[in-house]
Design a protein around this ligand. Structure first.
Ligand code: GLU
Length: 284
């Protein structure tokens, strides 16, 4: 049976891009008689807000979306993330890192899919573990996991290339786990068979596939959907002025009618759907 999920981070109000993502995940599941789950990605205690999580549920109900089972919250799963981190440490795959952002920016020379590639400063060094972030030793991890493939149901089969990211942080200084570790563990725990999310996270799936292999987790299929973009080609973002779903809802707009319009590709003026964000080629 197919099971998808929508996994918003409650650090800002949902906007039309989220509505589109939720509809895609919901409709893919329902079209095949499957289940649609809702997960609140509130692992970052400093940025997540309970009122925004509550507001997100209201927004989804307003759109006419119904999810299966109880809402899952990452803040309930901290012990799971910690246990996985300990397992990876015991496998000799994590090392502590005390570098600041500024130090990394000064020392890094290469760009990866998600910003600068960590230059490996703390790898193999005797670093104080107190308050440290823990990074994956990517070379070791890739050597252990061997060649991996994963499947995107739009883009087709993919050779996993997690090495493009370098030594990613898995246990963060200021939060219990990184997005990569938490999302991978959650999708496994929730029995997600089709990981549905925006094309801006396409490359992250390379890392998630590696983590699945290292932690012996089931391997789902992926669906990276197009993103709603503004006239300048940039995706709608919470930090810019995308009108929130809550504003529309409270202004009395018809939620199911908006959902219908998004499903039919009738987008508000100035917005379009872009798939052009899925590709990435490493820059020298
Ligand atoms: N929480 C992420 C976001 O709001 C989604 C992550 C995912 O779907 O894997 O962008």
């Amino acid at each position: 049976m197919i099971r998808t999920r929508f996994a918003p981070s409650p650090n800002g109000p949902l906007h039309l891009g989220h509505a589109y993502a939720a509809l895609v995940a919901h409709d893919l599941a329902r079209a095949r008689g499957g289940e649609f789950l809702l997960r609140i990605e509130d692992i970052d205690g400093t940025r997540s807000r309970a009122d925004l999580a509550e507001q997100a549920l209201e927004d989804l109900r307003w759109l006419g979306l119904v999810w299966d089972g109880p809402v899952v919250s990452q803040s309930d799963r901290l012990a799971t993330y910690q246990a996985a981190g300990e397992r990876l440490k015991a496998m000799g795959l994590l090392y502590p890192c005390q570098c600041t952002r500024a130090q990394i920016a000064a020392a890094a020379t290469r760009q990866g899919p998600d910003g600068l590639i960590y230059p490996g400063t703390c790898r193999g060094r005797d670093v104080d573990t107190q308050g440290a972030a823990w990074r994956l030793d990517m070379t070791r991890a890739v050597a252990l996991a061997g060649s991996l493939v994963w499947e995107d149901d739009i883009a087709g089969p993919q050779q996993a290339r997690p090495e493009l990211f370098g030594d990613v942080v898995l246990l963060r200084k200021e939060a219990p786990a990184s997005y990569h570790l938490a999302a991978t563990l959650d999708d496994a725990a929730d029995g997600i068979t089709l990981v549905t999310r925006g094309a801006d996270l396409f490359m992250a799936s390379h890392v998630h596939r590696l983590l699945q292999a290292l932690l012996r987790l089931p391997v789902p299929c992926w669906h990276h959907h197009a993103l709603l973009v503004e006239p300048d080609g940039r995706k709608l973002a919470k930090r810019r002025d995308a009108p929130s779903l809550a504003d529309r809802r409270l202004a009395g707009e018809d939620g199911p009618a908006l959902a219908r319009a998004l499903r039919e590709g009738r987008l508000p003026a100035g917005l379009s759907l872009s798939t052009g964000v899925a590709s990435y080629e490493p820059r020298p």
